[in-house]
Design a protein around this ligand. Structure first.
Ligand SMILES: [Cu+2]
Length: 91
């Protein structure tokens, strides 16, 4: 593939003690720690087409478990299905 994805992540928390983290499955770097008011960039090079989970890596609040999502990697105009499971290979 060779294309890179740049995630620019801003922590909008108002309290000084609520850091957030960020990581994407398959990322080769360690996770990001983003303190309140900070913006950091995480670079990720998807190894293949598909759907990849991303998540907060730092316990932030009671809603920490909700801080996750998925990103679909696909060629423009493709119909790569929006689905993911633990059975997918990780390279
Ligand atoms: Cu969190």
């Amino acid at each position: 593939m060779g294309d890179k994805v740049y995630f620019h992540i801003t922590n909008l928390e108002q309290d000084f003690d609520v850091p957030h983290g960020f990581a994407v499955l398959g990322q080769n770097t360690s996770e990001l720690l983003v303190m309140p008011g900070q913006t950091k960039t995480s670079v990720w090079e998807p190894k293949k087409i598909g759907v990849w989970p991303f998540y907060c890596t730092d316990f932030c609040s009671a809603l920490h478990q909700e801080m996750q999502g998925y990103i679909r990697v696909s060629p423009a105009g493709s119909n790569t299905p929006i689905k993911w499971s633990l059975g997918d290979e990780i390279e």
